[in-house]
Design a protein around this ligand. Structure first.
Ligand SMILES: Nc1nc2c(c(=O)[nH]1)N[C@H]1C(S)=C(S)[C@@H](COP(=O)(O)O)O[C@H]1N2
Ligand SMILES: [Mo]
Length: 318
């Protein structure tokens, strides 16, 4: 099954202080649920199961996805606040201060506020989500994220019926993010958005970990969005603000190049980028002679999400 509680995050071999903290939070969360003692791992699984079924209403996860090697996912990143290449964020992003961290949730909600990340995570049950991840540039990977449904957080702040869209904003900190101090085609801070039904969909998660460990900084620590049926640029990193809005926000890429990057950015093999085909993808970690993979509509999640777009012309709303 797609969701597994990761034994290793509870294991004593982890020494990274951040992971340790996350583990403490997990344990705190378990205590809050009344799960204690020797059944700590199995108890957590059961709690997860119940919660998951709660939010998914019968969603059947895909089995049989093999994760890309962690080394590749950690060392091949897109993080334009730090660099325009795919390798240097691994080291450059280590300068990002991520503790303490808080997230402002505001706009069309009953309970706006600024919430400490620790408090957000303590109230959620972290689970593993093994998802395909497809970049608009034409490469793909499979990542075992650790996180929780965005819907679970949004429900806590009680969106008003006027909330039609959700806007996400990355940290603005040109001291630690050098490209934010440089003029480029991109405007900072990085901004992304979803329609409210996309944001509430059970496949849409906020991730604070991957491969059973705290999320590496270059991959968007301490908290990032993951929307597996959309091109990777929608999955915004280092989120400090979530706003519920009446109207669609203008996202960073749509603003910079509206003909290249639409608001929806659903993975679609039949809608080419203006300068390249999207019909296939290079699978990271596959051998040199391995053929490209055929890209699937909605990145393989059509059964779960196609209904969100029924009646929409996906060429127009690309
Ligand atoms: N804040 C921010 N979020 C971002 C990006 C970025 O440059 N800045 N890059 C996006 C792009 S283009 C992709 S493909 C994914 C890459 O995620 P990864 O580096 O963890 O593989 O993050 C997305 N989120
Ligand atoms: Mo991307």
């Amino acid at each position: 099954m797609i969701i597994k509680t990761h034994k290793s995050i509870l294991g004593s071999e982890i020494t990274d202080p951040l992971v340790f903290k996350q583990r403490r939070q997990l344990i705190k969360a378990m205590l809050a649920l009344g799960i204690t003692g020797s059944g700590i791992y199995s108890g957590l699984s059961i709690a997860n199961e119940a919660k998951w079924q709660d939010v998914t209403k019968g969603y059947q996860p895909k089995a049989s996805l093999t994760a890309t090697s962690a080394e590749i996912v950690k060392n091949h990143t897109n993080y334009y606040e730090f660099t325009y290449n795919k390798t240097d964020a691994t080291t450059l992003a280590q300068a990002l201060p991520i503790d303490p961290w808080s997230v402002e949730i505001t706009g069309e909600v009953e309970k706006p506020g600024t919430y400490h990340l620790e408090d957000i995570l303590t109230q959620q049950t972290l689970q593993e989500y093994i998802y395909r991840f497809r970049c608009v540039e034409g490469w793909s990977m499979v990542v075992p994220w650790m996180g929780f449904p965005l819907a679970n957080l949004l429900k806590k702040v009680k969106p008003l019926s006027s909330a039609q869209f959700v806007k996400f904003t990355t940290l603005q900190d040109s001291k630690s993010m050098p490209n934010q101090a440089v003029n480029s085609m991109l405007e900072w801070p990085y901004v992304e958005g979803l329609r409210i039904d996309e944001a509430m969909h059970p496949l849409t998660i906020l991730a604070s970990g991957m491969y059973g460990e705290a999320l590496p900084k270059q991959n968007g620590a301490p908290l990032r969005l993951v929307v597996p049926w959309k091109y990777g640029f929608k999955s915004i990193k280092a989120i400090v603000k979530i706003e519920l809005l009446k109207r669609a926000p203008l996202s960073t890429w749509s603003k910079a190049a509206p003909n290249d990057y639409g608001f929806y950015a659903n993975v679609n093999p039949d809608v080419p980028h203006p300068r390249w085909s999207q019909s296939s993808e290079r699978v990271l970690g596959a051998g040199y002679f391995t053929p490209r993979r055929k890209t699937e509509l909605f990145n393989g999640y059509a059964d779960e999400v196609a209904a969100l777009y029924s009646g929409m012309d996906l060429r127009h709303f690309f």
